[in-house]
Design a protein around this ligand. Structure first.
Ligand code: KIV
Ligand code: NA
Length: 265
């Protein structure tokens, strides 16, 4: 089967077919989601929190994302793989963005990149798209700017709605093939989805977006502690892994494992 392409996502919007995106960071997640038929995987800088043990996405490096992108692209044939551009790797200029994005494609094997911001990163988005690099935009709550935005808060409420619409139109105009809407009132996300010709991908943005995305360890119940309101837990992998690790350790201590069937004559 051929790779999912950017134009397939455009066609899905035109046909009114919704689709699901998940993050992926390694061969385990990538191979499972490929088998599940997930059409688009994001090597997200959410890895900073869920894989690398940071408390935000701010410390994530280009090398961090590159290594994970290589693992995910090696492990998939069909899904479209999007690499997140880390904080500090694209904001300064279109040239900086291009240099980073080129690495994600040439070394990482990604088919597209994602960067955070609206009007602010329109020049970067234009530079990449005009030079053959598909760009997924990300507006609303943008975690790399959490210090400036004052923590995790819904964006685009009240007077913020106008700015959100302006940002969404700016990234489409600059050539983005899709846009993530994070923590945006459902009504505003629906309006953006209607006004834009490119697909919107919601996370905490209501049911009317063209697609949805979740951070996989959150949706699979692997993340410890609190998860945001917009997460639905579809499994309890943490509970299951905890049980397995404890049972294994118990059986080693009691001499039950390894049994004769795990041993050689
Ligand atoms: O890094 C990430 O996982 C993301 C998604 C939540 C959109 O940016
Ligand atoms: Na991200």
């Amino acid at each position: 089967t051929a790779r999912v392409r950017v134009h397939h996502l455009q066609q899905a919007k035109e046909r009114g077919e919704k689709w699901a995106m998940l993050t992926a960071y390694d061969t385990f997640s990538a191979t499972v989601f490929e088998e599940a038929g997930i059409p688009v995987m994001l090597v997200g800088d959410s890895a900073g929190n869920v894989v690398l043990g940071h408390t935000s996405t701010v410390p994530v490096t280009v090398e961090d994302i590159l290594g994970m992108t290589k693992a995910v692209t090696r492990s998939t044939k069909r899904a479209l793989i999007v690499a997140d551009l880390p904080f500090g790797s694209y904001e300064a200029s279109p040239q900086q963005a291009f240099a980073t994005a080129v690495r994600m494609l040439k070394e990482g094997g990604a088919q597209a990149v994602k960067l955070e911001g609206g009007v602010r990163v329109a020049p970067q988005t234009r530079m990449l798209t005009e030079n053959g690099i598909p760009v997924m935009a990300h507006v609303g709550f943008t975690p790399q700017s959490e210090h400036a935005l004052g923590g995790f808060r819904v964006q685009g409420r009240g007077a913020g709605a106008e700015q959100l619409l302006t940002d969404a139109h700016a990234v489409q105009e600059a050539g983005a093939f899709a846009v993530v809407l994070e923590m945006v009132p459902a009504e505003i996300a629906a309006q953006v989805t209607k006004e834009l010709s490119i697909p919107t991908i919601g996370i905490g943005a209501g049911v009317d977006c063209d697609a949805q995305v979740l951070v996989w360890p959150d949706m699979a119940g692997l993340t410890s502690g609190r998860v945001p309101r917009f997460v639905k837990k579809y499994a309890d992998l943490r509970g299951e892994l905890l049980r397995a690790a404890r049972e294994y350790a118990d059986e080693v201590r009691s001499g039950v494992f390894p049994g004769p069937e795990h041993s050689f004559d």
